[in-house]
Design a protein around this ligand. Structure first.
Ligand SMILES: [Zn+2]
Length: 468
């Protein structure tokens, strides 16, 4: 006889923002679904239930990262679905959304099916697929949005690129609305940004690097606001980096326009002063950052681990992103996990690819910059990783502890201090600007549909007791 598989997560502080719940409770998962939440949940556990004791830890619905590059198919030297999802699990994520700028691009049902198959056999956590807006992400002709939806994509985006033709973007929004698909946009006006590599400002001039104007992002955010108003379709603006973008979003939302935005930890932690080297950063913009015991990490000027798109901006932009997260203008936090091989990054600044890895540092940096600075409560921060992305992606069984929802759970310690060892990362690539950083807050276990897929630091003592 096959007993139903069951797991009881006990002793933690359960935070479920979707249901406004915050308190000591146990979580019972039966057959991969949430079966009970509360102090007496254990009473409903059948004989043979596995007990997972997490005393003193936060227990919340599995975290969702809706912006990641898993690099399959075509770029498996950088990352694979296996290594990328292993890194996601270590970072506390139970679901990730992979971007379509693979090789070939995810612009047809066959490629979607290939990724779903690979994710099924090699994925450590849930993988959701974003399809392209345009064929081959070339910005010229719409991808077959209906058949992408049928194949299972949960959003469309040309991420890495931006649809420049406003008429084409309007049609994409109209089609996407017919198929109830959210449209996500990487906001970059090519005519303004041209070949910029860093934020256009004091440091681009001082260091002799080509500038990427903040208005190059803001113009497209404004375009998206107008097209959302015109079509009634929801537009989600990806990885916002500038104060002007936050202001546009705030004003548009106040007028009831269907628009949303996300922010990445590097944009609300770092500034473009890092490009001049660590001394310059710690002297001014980095002074107020949380620092545990130990030395502050050092890096040289022109370090390509600080090259990303959109670029790191000024302290005022960083403050505006934090303010936007705090007041709810920006509802979602994502990593934009973008792995690249060492040899690709170890070149002159101009030639290095944009992007950094992010899964394993995302939760800690968010806790440090938003929770430990008292900008956001723990439930409000968790909402940006759970109920908010689940709502945008229309995933009613994710991001909450409703009875019958998927048994995806993240267990974390918001106060644990640790040093990020990039060399020991589960990702295939090590292109992170946060190597050697003192971090505060860490995922301790990840449960996907009732299965414990990650529990503590694999090189250290098991952090939590697992008992039958
Ligand atoms: Zn992007």
């Amino acid at each position: 006889m096959n007993l139903p598989k069951s797991l009881l997560i006990s002793g933690g502080r359960v935070i479920d923002p979707a249901n406004g719940f915050d308190g000591p409770a146990d979580v019972l998962i039966l057959d991969g679904k949430i079966a009970a939440v509360g102090v007496t949940a254990g009473a409903q556990a059948p004989v043979g239930t596995q007990r997972f004791v997490v005393t003193g830890k936060i227990v919340c619905p599995g975290l969702i990262d809706l912006h990641a590059h898993l690099r399959e198919p075509g770029q498996s030297a950088k990352e694979t679905i296996a290594t990328g999802t292993a890194a996601a699990a270590r970072g506390g994520f139970t679901s990730v959304v992979c971007m379509p700028n693979t090789s070939p691009a995810i612009d047809n049902a066959g490629t979607v099916a290939l990724i779903q198959q690979r994710a099924e056999s090699h994925g450590v956590v849930n993988v959701f697929v974003a399809g392209a807006i345009t064929k081959n992400i070339a910005g010229e002709e719409l991808a077959p949005i209906g058949s992408l939806k049928q194949a299972g994509v949960i959003a469309i985006t040309d991420d890495g690129h931006c649809v420049q033709n406003n008429e084409l973007m309007r049609r994409a929004l109209e089609y996407a609305m017919m198929f109830d698909l959210p449209v996500m946009d990487h906001c970059q006006d090519y005519s303004l940004v041209t070949d910029g590599v860093v934020h256009e400002g004091y440091w681009s001039a001082a260091l002799g690097l080509r500038g990427w104007q903040a208005s190059g992002e803001e113009l497209i955010v404004a375009r998206n606001v107008m097209l959302a108003e015109l079509t009634g379709a929801h537009v989600h603006c990806q990885h916002l980096s500038s104060a002007g973008s936050v202001r546009l979003l705030r004003e548009a939302k106040a007028r009831g326009i269907p628009i949303s935005g996300e922010a990445c930890p590097h944009h609300f932690t770092l500034t473009d002063a890092v490009l001049a080297g660590s001394d310059e950063f710690w002297k001014n913009d980095g002074r107020g950052l949380f620092s545990a015991q130990g030395e502050r990490p050092r890096w040289p000027s022109y370090d390509t681990h600080f090259k990303m798109n959109p670029p790191l901006r000024q302290a005022a932009d960083r403050a505006a992103i934090i303010e936007g997260l705090a007041d709810g203008t920006i509802e979602i936090i994502a990593s934009d996990h973008a792995p690249h091989c060492d040899y690709e990054k170890q070149v002159e600044f101009d030639y290095a690819p944009f992007g950094i890895t992010g899964f394993e540092t995302e939760l800690a940096l968010s806790l440090m910059q938003l929770y430990h600075t008292s900008k956001l409560s723990l439930p409000n921060l968790i909402a940006k990783f759970t109920v908010a992305p689940a709502r945008l992606l229309r995933l009613p069984n994710k991001g909450n502890f409703n009875l019958g929802s998927d048994g995806d759970v993240t267990v974390f310690d918001p106060d644990e201090e640790w040093i990020f060892d990039a060399a020991a990362s589960a990702s295939k690539s090590k292109n992170t600007p946060f190597a050697g950083w003192n971090l505060k807050g860490r995922a301790r276990a990840v449960i996907v549909r009732g299965e414990v897929v990650y529990a503590g630091d694999p090189v250290a003592e098991p952090a939590l007791s697992l008992a039958r």
